[in-house]
Design a protein around this ligand. Structure first.
Ligand code: GTP
Ligand code: SPV
Ligand code: MN
Length: 589
């Protein structure tokens, strides 16, 4: 098909990729419904996707990936900067010349009997001064359909790009899905991403983690902005005023759930509301008013399915009722509907599990859905979507919240003393690993700002960039840390979580508005117990105290962990953070 752009840099690059992969056909994605409909039909014919019950799920489809290809592969994700030191100690590095050579060998002729799709896409509202343009070349219709939900695609992007050189060049091929040749190469200095032998979202939807975090974090370093693994939400008070916060939690640690939260009844009846702006990625910039403003660069949700239900996250569930793609969940063969763990108490008896094996959910001890099974739903489906979610300038941020899964150590909530201390708090975050990436689940690891797997350059420089942004922002957001996951002696969660998290957000907003005092502690400001509203909640004051407790022994261990982690950054660890560590140590003496 004839291209709809005269951009010579785009055309030259595409010619090179065609020469390498030798597709049988080339199709430009124009963003039209007709084209997407035709592609859906074709993918249904070949079995790549499966049409679901259209009465119950209009416009919805089902897809399965190979059992060894169901999560991000961090050990196959590379940052290929010219100098090894620039990738830093937390990334896997390969020299660009070697990576290109290896990639070329794998991509060689990989599309020979396939169609190549060229997807022009925008991260951020089309034409917004915050937005950035990318291309994904892929041989997968599943990728085209997902990218059409997760980003803005088509001819309109080419029109905005014109003959600019500012675009990200992404190439993806399923090749033969060989795990041993699976790589996700990032070339931050070339605005280039090459992904091969995978079909799992985080590895192949190149606009998401690859561009909007790894490449964009590096662009932000050079261009004075930040790309972060953060949800964005608005909290409306009874007077109709809306304050916005962002929150960085590691993968599968509650961003989607917090972003779509419905306040508890006691708040709702007073007129409090929550507005969803984004659930996974935020791009933040300093604006003329001296504040940080955030946009959600995405247009959809690639959300964790298991655990999503009418009670835990009704807004997410409603978002999936139309025009959604479900991946690696269980399917009910009686009525072509989907099911996952904790959706309801009625699993299919006549179903297929995420591996495609016959599955009786009433009898089987096996899981029906993979723990990292996902839905891809358009953001506009979400009942709580903010009227501002596509605002080209973004929304002004009052607070930044860090958090993770910590059975012990981290209290329910605390506030940093200032921006520099807040950066220290974010840089020392730790969390138990989840099924979102391959590897062991439940192991505590440092995950600074929830960016460990997503920072496209040296993490020490990234901390420095955070400090720099704080210095350049006259009125920066206040920084907090939360932990919904503290457990009791029996291993159960003490805090009820989900919609009840609003009670903590309420305290955070009150702190931003100087409406409540706080208690100084060795780690920062803690809430006074009476300032966390427990009305209507079955949680005793004793339990709240347990949730806010700072245990000296586990903090001593935590400090040891921080020292060890920090030592890996050598000279690139900002001196301000070393100072903060000394302060923390002294506070415990
Ligand atoms: P990614 O899409 O991987 O970045 O994940 P996420 O951070 O958006 O996580 P998500 O909201 O999808 O939640 C992941 C898991 O954590 C789900 O199984 C949720 O049910 C669970 N979860 C979310 N919020 C809470 C909470 O407040 N308390 C408890 N106990 N579990 C929660
Ligand atoms: C995550 O793992 O943080 C996700 C899903 O949001 S993925 O797109 O696979 O990265
Ligand atoms: Mn994520």
């Amino acid at each position: 098909m004839k291209s709809q752009t005269n951009n010579v840099d785009v055309l030259k690059w595409i010619d090179d990729v065609i020469l390498m992969t030798k597709p049988a056909n080339v199709i430009w994605i124009d963003g039209s419904d007709e084209q997407l409909t035709a592609l859906r039909e074709e993918a249904c014919r070949t079995g790549e996707i499966r049409l679901l019950n259209q009465d119950k799920y209009p416009g919805c489809y089902y897809h399965r990936t190979k059992p060894n290809d169901v999560a991000r592969m961090e050990n196959r994700t590379l940052i290929c900067s010219e100098k090894e030191i620039d990738a830093g100690p937390t990334n896997i590095w390969m020299k660009p010349s070697e990576a290109y050579k290896l990639g070329k060998k794998i991509f060689e002729n990989s599309m020979m009997d396939r169609t190549m799709y060229i997807i022009p896409y925008s991260m951020g509202p089309v034409g917004s001064p915050f937005a950035k343009i990318g291309f994904e070349i892929t041989d997968s219709i599943y990728v085209v359909l997902n990218m059409s939900i997760m980003t803005r695609v088509g001819q309109k992007i080419l029109n905005v790009l014109g003959d600019s050189k500012d675009f990200v060049k992404g190439v993806h091929s399923k090749c033969n899905l060989d795990e041993n040749n699976r790589y996700i190469f990032h070339f931050p200095e070339d605005n280039t991403i090459w992904s091969c032998n995978s079909a799992y979202g985080g590895n192949v939807l190149l606009g998401k983690k690859c561009f909007a975090l790894r490449i964009a974090s590096y662009q932000g370093l050079k261009e004075n902005w930040m790309a972060e693994h953060m949800l964005i939400l608005g909290i409306e008070n009874p007077k109709g005023e809306v304050k916005y916060v962002t929150a960085a939690f590691p993968s599968a640690c509650g961003k989607t759930n917090l972003a779509m939260l419905i306040p508890p009844e006691g708040y709702r009846s007073k007129g409090y509301k929550v507005w969803t702006v984004g659930d996974d990625i935020a791009w933040l910039r300093i604006r003329e008013d001296g504040r940080l403003w955030a946009i959600n660069p995405e247009a959809g949700f690639f959300g964790v399915a298991p655990g999503t239900n009418k009670k835990s996250n009704p807004n997410a569930l409603t978002s999936t009722y139309k025009d959604t793609i479900f991946t690696n969940v269980a399917i009910n063969l009686d009525d072509e509907t989907v099911w996952w763990e904790r959706l309801d108490n009625n699993p299919p008896e006549n179903g297929l599990d995420w591996k495609g094996n016959p599955w009786n959910g009433k009898k089987s001890k096996e899981k029906g859905a993979h723990p990292n099974s996902r839905f891809t739903a358009p953001a506009k489906n979400c009942p709580s979507i903010s009227p501002e979610w596509e605002s080209p300038e973004g929304v002004p941020i009052s607070a930044i919240i860090f958090g993770g899964r910590r059975a012990k150590t981290a209290p329910l909530v605390y506030q940093s003393r200032n921006w520099q201390h807040g950066v220290f708090v974010g840089s020392t975050m730790a969390s138990e690993t989840t099924a979102a990436a391959t590897g062991k689940v439940g192991v505590v690891r440092r995950d600074p700002m929830a960016m460990l797997p997503f920072c496209g350059y040296h993490m020490g420089d990234y901390f420095g960039h955070w400090l720099e942004i704080g210095k350049k922002t006259p009125n920066p957001p206040k920084i907090f840390h939360v932990n919904w996951f503290r457990t009791n002696d029996k291993g159960g969660f003490i805090w009820p979580g989900y919609s009840e998290n609003f009670r903590v957000i309420d305290w955070i907003i009150k702190r931003c508005e100087n409406e409540v005092e706080a208690v100084e502690s060795p780690i920062g400001f803690l809430p006074k117990a009476e300032d966390i509203n427990l009305e209507g909640l079955d949680l005793t004051a004793d339990k709240l105290n347990e949730l806010l407790d700072i245990d000296k022994e586990s903090w001593a261990k935590n400090i040891e962990g921080i020292e060890e982690f920090y030592s890996s950054f050598g000279e690139r660890l900002p001196k301000e953070l070393k100072q903060e560590l000394e302060v923390l140590k002294n506070n415990f003496i």
